[in-house]
Write a protein that binds this ligand. Structure first.
Ligand SMILES: NC(=O)c1ccc[n+]([C@@H]2O[C@H](COP(=O)([O-])OP(=O)(O)OC[C@H]3O[C@@H](n4cnc5c(N)ncnc54)[C@H](O)[C@@H]3O)[C@@H](O)[C@H]2O)c1
Length: 363
């Protein structure tokens, strides 16, 4: 079934109204492309809290109740805990809803295939949103590299420091399902937050032919085993190499309106470099993007570098896409599977002592 773009506001439902709703909602507010018709969450407090944003929306404790209600839903914003993604997505696609799913898509290739098959069978669009691709400093970084601003790209690195001090409150319930993910070998740093970093690598320099990694563990007791120190290195099909180091600094206070991650991306070329200094947190309060070339440093002081804006723009992109049906989805479900393969290759490499693993050859 070919996708037919909408010529009226899309009727949308939010499925899951937890912590990240606060940012995903930004794409929906004051947006004539969409009408929010329903809110779904088993938690009555969350329903009551979010209903204040959408007084006209109907509320339900489950997506199945919404599906049975007779309310027409064109698209759902799926903000469920990751362990519920695969079953939830296949069910909702079966009801004929287009889906904008949060990352990580799912934990393994079997579930990913199940989700792709469900999208195909239903003729509906499954998008796995990647807000980092909408973060203005990263978009500018990509543009600098592609326009030859650093010369021929020699390589790049990403850095992430996880801290436990500062940032917004994350309810314990949001951590509970993450602990289950840790037990399944899908840690918070490499897999959950890491999904974004791996996505930016694929987006910047294309497909990857080899991944090598060394994934460590730091235990904080009670099953809280964080997947750092970690180093992951890879080579793209175009020959560019990337490396990402993850460290923990649990007591490092980090100013952040959101999660406490200190993040950087730096691309080196044969005659310059360009660096994104921060994203989620605000450790380096220099310009969020700096570009050095020919002995001069240019700082970008006026970018929209609030991390929340990347959610707003990703959401708007999706809702506009449903009216045009053309252009990149950022990401399509198939592109999201490439991100999953990248992560799984890192796990396979680390388990085998750091050998090179081709993500395309994983089964
Ligand atoms: N893009 C990002 O940077 C980013 C950041 C944080 C979280 N996320 C992703 O967003 C998703 C949600 O994360 P979160 O931190 O908001 O989690 P959360 O635990 O805070 O919220 C999940 C919500 O889903 C509800 N829920 C549970 N079962 C449900 C069901 N069967 N039907 C409907 N609702 C149900 C819970 O009651 C809760 O309100 C996850 O996929 C996570 O990985 C993405």
């Amino acid at each position: 079934m070919a996708f037919v773009p909408y010529d009226r506001p899309v009727q949308a439902a939010f499925i899951g109204l937890g912590r990240i709703y606060d940012l995903n909602v930004l794409g929906y507010r004051d947006n004539p492309d969409v009408e929010v018709v329903a809110l779904v969450d088993p938690d009555p407090d969350r329903l009551a809290q979010r209903q204040a944003d959408w007084p006209g929306a109907a509320t339900f404790a489950s997506a199945a109740e919404l599906a049975a209600s007779g309310i027409e839903v064109d698209a759902a914003e799926v903000l469920l805990p990751v362990p519920l993604h695969a079953d939830g997505v296949t069910e909702m696609l079966g009801w004929g809803w287009h889906l904008n799913l949060q990352k990580p898509m799912c934990n393994d290739l079997l579930d990913a295939q199940r989700m792709l098959d469900a999208a195909k069978a239903s003729g509906r669009i499954l998008r796995v949103m990647e807000n980092y691709l909408f973060y203005e400093p990263l978009r500018r970084l990509k543009a600098i590299a592609e326009s030859g601003g650093v010369g021929a790209v020699a390589g790049y690195h990403m850095k992430m420091v996880g801290s436990g001090s500062g940032g917004w409150d994350v309810p314990w319930s949001s951590f509970e399902w993450q602990l289950g993910q840790i037990r399944r070998g899908r840690g918070i740093l490499v897999f959950d937050d890491g999904w974004h970093k791996l996505s930016t690598a694929l987006w910047l320099f294309g497909p990857i032919k080899e991944v090598r990694s060394w994934i460590g563990t730091t235990s904080f007791g009670s099953g809280i085993d964080l997947d750092a120190p970690t180093v992951i290195a890879w080579e793209h099909v175009n020959g560019v190499r990337g490396v990402w180091d993850i460290t923990l600094a649990p007591d490092l206070y980090l100013r952040s309106d959101y999660y406490t991650n200190d993040e950087r991306w730096e691309i080196t070329g044969n005659n310059g470099f360009a660096r994104v200094n921060r994203c989620t947190g605000r450790a380096i309060q220099q310009p969020s993007l700096e570009h050095y070339s020919d002995g001069e440093m240019r700082g970008y002081h006026a970018l929209d570098d609030d991390w929340a804006s990347s959610f707003r723009d990703s959401g708007r992109h999706w809702l506009r896409w449903l009216h045009t049906g053309s252009g990149p989805l950022h990401w399509s479900a198939e592109e999201a599977v490439d991100v999953l393969r990248f992560a799984l290759a890192a796990y396979a490499s680390s388990a085998a002592g750091g050998i090179g693993v081709n993500p395309a050859q994983l089964v």
